[in-house]
Design a protein around this ligand. Sequence first.
Ligand SMILES: [Zn+2]
Length: 323
Amino acid sequence: MKRYILILMSILIVICLVKTISYLGDTEKNTSVVSDKSYIITLKQDIFSLMMAYPEYIIDIEVTDGDKVYLILKSGKKLLYDDGKEKTELEKIQNPDLQDMMEQQYVLGSVDSLMPNDYNPGRIRVYSLLQEVYGTNRQEIEKNLTGIKINSNYHGFNKNNAAAYFLENSMKELHQLAKTNPQIWSYIHPIGGTYNFRYISKTNRLSPHSFGIAIDLASNPNDYWQWTTPAKGNKRLQSYPEAIVNVMESNYFIWGGKWGQFDIFHFEYRPEIIIKALYFTDEERNLWYENLPVENPKVSEIIWLIEERLQHKTSPKVDNQMN
Ligand SMILES: [Zn+2]
C-alpha cells in the first residue's frame, strides 16, 4: 500500500512540475507576443506614413525569408524596412534603414526650449528613397527643379512629389499672415536659400538642399548649433513665431528648430514624418489604423494593401535583435 501512495505522490509531483514549466513558458511567450505586437503596429504605421507620403514612388510591399519587409519602388528597386542591426545615433545617420528614419516621433506645434541633443526626428534620411523620388544625381535633380516666385525672386525647388507645390502654398499662407503680423516678414525675408547642391558641413552626406526639398528662411547668427551656443540658440528659438512653424508643418515641412542639433531657419519637405506625427502617437493601441480617416479612398487602399501583404508577418528573427 505504501508503495502505491509513493507512486501516486511521485506522479502528482511530476504533473505539478510539468504544469509549472509550461506556465513559465507561456509567460515568456506572452511577453514576446506583446513586444511582437507593438513592433508590428509600428511597422505598419511607418509603412502607411511612407506610402501616403510618396504615393507615386512606393508601389508595393514584399515580405521575403518569412520576415524581411521591403518596400517596392517605381523603378523596381527595393528598400529594406529593418536591417535588424543595433546602431549608435551616428551609425543610424550614416547608414539608416527606413525604420531608423521613422523611429523618432516628430511632435507637431510649438516648442518652448531646445530639444535634447539626441532628439533629431527627420535628420536621419534614407538617401536611396530621396534619390528615387527627387533624382539620383545632380543632373537629374536639376531637371526636376522649378522656380518658385517668393517676393519677386525665383527659388529652385523640386517639383516631384508635390514638394514645390507645398512650398509655394506655404509661402502664400505666410505672406497672408505677414499682412496682419508684420513681424513675421522679418523672419522670412531675405530667404536664406533653397536648392543648393552641397554636402552637410563637416560630413560626406548630401544636404537635403541638394535635392531641392529644403528652404532656409531669413538667417540669424544663432540659428545653427555649430555656429552658436545652446543658450543663444535657445533665445532665438523662443523668439521664433509659432505661426511660421504651424504653416510650414501643415504643408508637410519639418522644422530644424525641433532638432537637438538645431537648425532654426531650416524647413524640410518630409511628408512621411509629418504624416506619422499627424496620425500616430507612441500611445499603445490595439488597432494600428484606429486614428485614420478610412473614408478617404487612398487611406483605405493603403490599409488594405498593408493588411494583405503583412498578414503572416510576425516578429523579426531573434538573431536580428541580437546583432
Ligand atoms: Zn537648411
